[in-house]
Design a protein around this ligand. Structure first.
Ligand code: 13P
Length: 244
C-alpha cells in the first residue's frame, strides 16, 4: 500500500523540515504496510532529505525532463532527482498535462527517463468532469494509460494513479462505487498490456481526507492514495496512512 503526498507548489524550508521530521518520526512506529512517500517542490527536496529522521519516509520529485541533461532552462532531470536522494517521481499529473500541455507521449518519455535513471514512477491519469458527464471516462483513462506507459515498463518500478480532475482540490471525492468501477477497469487495461501488471498498485487521488480514506483504501483494486491538500498536515497524512 502506497500513501503518497503531493505537496504541489506549497511549503517553505521551515514547514518542510517540520513535516519531514513529524512524518518520518511517526512512520517508524506505524504497524501497517503503508509505504509513505512525499513529493516536495524540487527546491525543498534537500531540506526533506536532511530533515527526515529515517528512510521510512521516501521522497520523490513532482516532475522530470525526458532528456538526461542539456539546454532546458528551468527543468530538472531524473538523474538530478536521484542525486538529491529521491527514489520516485510523478509523471503526467493533470496539473502538468493542463499547465504545461504535456501529452501522453511526453509522459511516456518522462517515465522512460525516470526508469533509465533508476527511479520508480507514479504515472497519473484521470478524466475531466465534461468527459465523465459524456460517458467517456473509461475510454479516456484507457487511452491515457495506453499512451503514457512506455514500452517494457517493469511492473515493480511503477504505480498508476487515477485522479479524476473534477475531484482534485475540490473536496468532491469520487464515490467508492465509482472508484471501484474505474480501478477494476484500469486493472483490465493494465493486464491486457502485460500479465505482470496484475501486481501494479493503482492509487486513487482527489480530495482524499482522513474521513474518507478507509472506505477507498478497502477496495480490492485500490493499492494506495495520492494525496494533495491533506498531505500538508502531518496529522491528516498519518491518519490516512493509518486507515490502510
Ligand atoms: P487533493 O488531495 O488536494 O484533491 O489533490 C489530489 C492530487 O492532485 C494529488 O496529486
Amino acid at each position: 500500500m502506497i500513501i503518497a503526498g503531493n505537496w504541489k507548489m506549497n511549503m517553505d524550508r521551515a514547514s518542510a523540515q517540520k513535516l519531514a521530521e513529524d512524518l518520518s518520526g511517526q512512520a517508524a512506529s506505524m504497524n501497517n504496510n503503508a509505504q509513505m512517500i512525499v513529493f516536495p517542490p524540487a527546491i525543498l527536496i534537500d531540506t526533506v532529505v536532511a530533515s527526515r529522521l529515517n528512510e521510512n519516509l521516501q521522497i520523490g520529485g513532482q516532475d522530470c525532463h525526458a532528456q538526461p541533461s542539456g539546454a532546458h532552462t528551468g527543468d530538472i532531470s531524473a538523474s538530478m532527482l536521484v542525486d538529491a536522494g529521491c527514489g520516485w517521481v510523478l509523471a503526467g499529473h493533470s496539473e502538468r498535462r493542463t499547465d504545461h500541455h504535456e501529452s501522453n507521449q511526453d509522459v511516456a518519455a518522462k517515465a522512460s527517463a525516470a526508469i533509465d535513471a533508476g527511479l520508480s514512477v507514479i504515472i497519473c491519469v484521470g478524466e475531466t468532469l465534461e468527459e465523465r458527464m459524456a460517458g467517456k471516462a473509461n475510454d479516456i483513462v484507457a487511452e491515457q494509460i495506453e499512451g503514457s506507459l512506455p514500452a517494457d515498463l517493469p511492473h515493480d518500478r511503477f504505480a498508476l494513479a487515477y485522479e479524476p480532475v473534477w475531484a482534485i482540490g475540490t473536496g468532491q471525492v469520487a464515490s467508492p462505487e465509482d472508484v471501484d468501477a474505474m480501478h477494476n477497469h484500469i486493472r483490465d487495461v493494465l493486464v491486457a498490456r502485460h500479465p505482470n501488471y496484475a501486481k501494479v498498485d493503482i492509487l486513487y487521488g482527489g480530495s482524499v481526507k482522513p474521513d474518507n480514506a478507509a472506505a477507498l483504501l478497502a477496495l480490492s483494486n485500490v493499492g494506495g492514495a495520492l494525496v494533495g491538500g491533506a498531505s500538508l498536515k502531518a496529522d491528516d497524512f498519518i491518519a490516512i496512512a493509518q486507515s490502510t
